[in-house]
Write a new protein. Sequence first.
Length: 436
Amino acid sequence: MPAIVLIGAQWGDEGKGKATDLLGDRVDYVVKFNGGNNAGHTVVVGDQKYALHLLPSGILSPGVVPVIANGVVVDIEVLFDELEALSARGVDVSKLLVSANAHVITAYHRTIDRVTERFLGKRQIGTTGRGIGPAYADKINRVGIRIQDLFDENILRQKVEGALDQKNHLLLKVYNRRAIAVDEVVDDLLSYVERLRPMVADTGLVLNQALDADKTVLFEGGQATMLDVDHGTYPFVTSSNATSGGAATGSGVAPNRFDRVIAVVKAYTTRVGSGPFPTELLAREGEWSYTAEAGEFLRSAGFEFGTTTGRPRRTGWYDAPIARYAARVNGVTDFVLTKLDVLTGLERIPVCVAYDVDGTRFDEVPVNQSDFHHAAPIYEELPGWSEDITGARSFADLPKAAQDYVVALEEMSGSRMSAIGVGPGRDAIVVRHDLI
Ligand code: GDP
Ligand code: IMO
Ligand code: MG
């Protein structure tokens, strides 16, 4: 009864979608347990490229039952847009299940996300503007709307009234915006009810029964460890638990049922939005490897532009303390190291092994936010390689320097590197240890 959790180790966009897709033909269920359409996963299958946001990446594998579990926040319009777009491309989406307990993102969540960001000015989080934070805030404040509420118009209306009561005061008086009418929101939500009905299920029960029946279930995390609301670089985080613990609370499957935790980690680091990022390459002058030019190299070679918002991603070198932190917080059993091919052509590759915080050495991620903001990376340089590695399919196919890079990262990062991505395509992978 393998239950496998797959999460991101850094600040997102590590290639979780590709890793999930890779395992697709060996799993029965793929479960999205946190986040919503803030995620953006690009999956390349042959000459076809898919961008998934709200739907779990496993939807691309024909035998898989995709599940949107209770921990997700669902923008229903986006849900149907994505389903229609995939259907039009011949993907079978008929097996999708949506938890009756998942919360709904409404028009007022999207509006509040955008206006609060604008009001934060320089302190803004750089959210994706999809209403994620405000929808989770309502959930925690106990004024959220759940999928099951849509099936009783009276209850839905009462709940929307309750939620808008305070929010319209805020929108009108603080943010100088127009009030949102209850009817507008209710009518919009009700318009999806009949299409939604056949998908809605007690997904916690379904998943536990699947595990009882020896099915293989993959729990696919959105976002990543450093964006987790508890364990990330708060307040520059998303509003859900993107770490492995979120797979339990976000799905209704208990922690003692999980067999394996796979963390996807890039061979360098990227981040979208605001917040601390010790290895970010910003310097205007100095040795090339430590300048913004090296950052630009990573951005163009790795095509580091957001799948959801198109924003250029901030770039920097691999940060081993962050990988170790991810290994600890998530209980990582295996890393999937992605985008090793992007580093081809570099003479030397810096790797952050510790931080210098105002003269004090930190070997681990500092717990204090100000310390992390001041953390200057202490680098070790590893030799690079110039051979094209995109055709490598076994570890022995990699040049010696690339093998050494992987082994060095493995020693620093707290868990074994079981698979290595060498290109965006489905088959561009070197597997050292089976993941299932
Ligand atoms: P996710 O959000 O973690 O699923 O990652 P994204 O899809 O946002 O970003 C990862 C990007 O890297 C996608 O465009 C993938 O197609 C691409 N990718 C994944 N693995 C590799 C790899 O090993 N090499 C290269 N060159 N690209 C990769
Ligand atoms: P995947 O699943 C990278 C970032 C946003 C912002 C912060 C909060 O593709 O790895 P939110 O809209 O969630 O309230 O924004 O989190 N963020 C991501 N960054 N990849 C993602 O998802 C992200 N989802 C949210 O840029 O800094
Ligand atoms: Mg992404």
